[in-house]
Design a protein around this ligand. Structure first.
Ligand code: FES
Length: 169
């Protein structure tokens, strides 16, 4: 027998199988890892303002329904989101409110119930809000309507993607 260390047939097969197995495992696991981590690593453009196409000059002190859209990336799923706001002017300020009722999430409408003129009315359980979104404490909602942040660029109204809560009871 020589001084050189001999590799037995069993050792050779073991090393070969481990090498091939490791290569195949890496080929399977690495893409999965990348897919799992990739969306987390992407920089999110949160807080972006979206052009609504509404000219600020055309807004009045009467709430107007404004629908606007943007692309949303949720993990690997890309979708088009349509957001709605009730918008009006209060002097130089613009008020942009979410239509989502603070009771159980139905959509409120402005001036839609003849029994409650000039108020936001929720048809689900009779929730009422003043023009500025303040909830009527005698109705089910326990807080005011959320508000969007806004910007004006070249006379066009831009709104935030999400509305912010204003607190409440
Ligand atoms: S969901 Fe609006 S009052 Fe109940």
């Amino acid at each position: 027998m020589s001084e050189k260390q001999q590799v037995t047939r069993r050792q050779f097969l073991t090393y070969t199988l481990m090498g091939v197995g490791g290569f195949m495992a890496a080929g399977t696991v690495m893409p999965m890892l990348r897919m799992a981590i990739d969306p987390v690593l992407q920089v999110k453009a949160e807080g972006d303002f979206i052009a609504t196409g509404v000219k600020v000059d055309e807004l009045t002190n009467e709430p107007k329904r404004v629908d606007y859209q943007f692309e949303q990336q949720d993990g690997w799923y890309k979708s088009t989101v349509t957001q709605t706001a009730w918008v009006y002017k209060e002097g130089d300020e613009i008020i942009a409110m979410s239509p989502i009722c603070k009771h159980l999430g139905c959509n409120v409408n402005w001036n839609s119930n003849p029994n409650f003129p000039n108020r936001f009315y929720c048809p689900c359980h009779g929730g009422l809000y003043d023009k500025d979104g303040t909830n009527d404490p005698k109705t089910p909602p326990r807080g005011p309507l959320d508000r969007y942040d806004y910007e004006v660029k070249d006379g066009i109204l831009y709104l935030s993607k999400r509305a912010k809560a204003r607190g409440g009871a």
